[in-house]
Design a protein around this ligand. Structure first.
Ligand SMILES: [Zn+2]
Length: 304
């Protein structure tokens, strides 16, 4: 369960594209849009607002209410038979679709992450993603590029062309998981272990902050030793302590957005949220199964 979020993580196609600078997105899906709290940049007080009025409570962080207004999903208004016909005639017109779950699913009509503009793709066979994953990565890298021109971020495995299980990952099945390299101060091969001597904290923090700020990341796995380096750097740059406490894992709080996971001393693992692709997959799955287009891996559990 992501830290800042309501009872459930972001679900529902209507949340797509939401980008709130330095806020972490947080709402639950439901048929009726509701007011949900968002964690914003640290301010002097927590502000909660109810329909009856505004209450101000003294606390270090500001929670600002937002009303999520549904957007139209591309498949809105389409009947099951029309969906069947579309899937049969031109399934590519569905757009990217997550069929099943990121840990047990597949990917239809992926977007390909290309090398260039500050990104080096490490494996062409595993660079297939949803639209949010690609656009979020590109936008974050563009932020780093603005501050540090000429930087190159290596991106490792995302998903295979059709999604499904790829060794040795538990997830990476539906285009919303990405292994993302660090920036180093010294020349370093892909999968070099980061430490105080080689990690470029300025660029890596800029990337992480930009990724989080978009509100499209559910969580990031990274070794706690790297978290400590980045947190220390960010604090020295004047980032609010409360913001960092809420973002990075600590002994007291482990369900933060940035979390320790074994095997992440060489790269980040980011899980993105793509509600449109999720909803497309959910709605289209019966038609895809009828047409024999649902990847078999949907039914297959990963081995670890
Ligand atoms: Zn990974």
């Amino acid at each position: 369960m992501p830290l800042f979020f309501g009872e459930r993580r972001v679900v529902g196609w209507w949340a797509a594209g939401l980008a709130i600078p330095l806020c972490l997105v947080a709402f639950a899906g439901s048929a009726a849009p509701t007011v949900r709290p968002l964690l914003s940049v640290a301010r002097s007080a927590v502000v909660t607002r109810s329909p009856a009025g505004v209450t101000i409570v003294s606390a270090p962080l500001a929670f600002e209410p937002v009303t999520i207004r549904p957007r139209r999903h591309p498949l809105d208004g389409m009947s099951p038979s029309e969906l069947d016909a579309l899937v049969k005639a031109s399934p590519d017109r569905l757009g990217p679709a997550i069929v099943g779950l990121p840990n047990r699913g597949s990917l239809l009509n992926p977007i390909t992450l290309e090398s260039g503009d500050g990104i080096e793709v490490m494996n062409d066979e595993r660079r297939f993603a949803t639209a949010v994953t690609v656009s979020s990565l590109r936008a974050a890298v563009a932020e780093v590029e603005r501050e540090f021109p000429g930087s190159v971020l290596r991106v490792g495995d995302i998903s295979g062309r059709r999604g499904g299980y790829i060794r040795p990952h538990r997830s990476h099945q539906a285009g919303v998981d990405a292994d993302i390299g660090f920036y180093y101060r010294t020349p370093a091969k892909w999968y070099t272990k980061a430490n105080a001597a080689n990690l470029d904290c300025a660029k890596t923090w800029a990337l992480l902050k930009a990724l989080v700020a978009q509100g499209t990341v559910e969580y990031v796995f990274v070794d706690r030793s790297v978290q400590a380096l980045l947190r220390e750097y960010a604090l020295a740059q004047g980032e609010p302590r409360e913001f960092l406490d809420a973002l990075f894992e600590s002994p007291a709080k482990k369900d933060t957005l940035i979390r320790h996971a074994w095997g992440h001393l060489t790269h980040f693992h980011a899980r993105f949220i793509d509600p449109v692709a999720e909803e497309t997959g959910r709605r289209a799955r019966p038609s895809l199964e009828k047409a024999g287009l649902a990847n078999r891996s949907v039914q297959r559990r990963s081995k670890k």
